[in-house]
Design a protein. Structure first.
Length: 129
């Protein structure tokens, strides 16, 4: 699915969120805030590990045709990310205000990390830790 379509879907979901302060935000405004909320490399590491583990569990769910692995994927993915926010960042995860944008951004951040471009994106946004 093209990124523009994902952004449109995420924008619609974001506009339904309870916190009106964030409801008017578009994805290009959200992304730098998302990165700033993940300034600590330990938090990002937990996000990357959780996202990769969740993807592996989704594959297991498909191979085994067992819905319980889907539940495990959700729990593992979110628990590791939320742990990073609680312990290292000491902030509120973006998944509470913009769940779809947060999910999209988790994959975007992981993709940048895996391709060696995350450090450049953090520098470009002047995000330091």
């Amino acid at each position: 699915m093209p990124a523009v379509a994902l952004q449109a879907i995420a924008w619609q979901a974001g506009s339904l969120c309870r916190n009106e302060r964030f409801a008017a935000m578009n994805y290009s405004e959200f992304w730098p805030r998302y990165l700033a909320a993940h300034a600590d490399p330990r938090c990002r590491a937990l996000h990357h590990a959780g996202t990769l583990a969740a993807l592996a569990l989704l594959i297991v769910a498909a191979v085994e045709a067992d819905w319980r692995w889907l539940v495990a994927a959700i729990v593992v993915g979110y628990a590791s990310a939320w742990l990073g926010h609680a312990v290292f960042e000491r902030n509120r995860p973006a998944s509470f205000s913009h769940p779809l944008w947060s999910l999209l951004s988790d994959f975007r951040m992981l993709g940048l990390f895996l391709t060696g471009r995350l450090a450049g994106e953090l520098r470009r946004r002047d995000i330091k830790r």
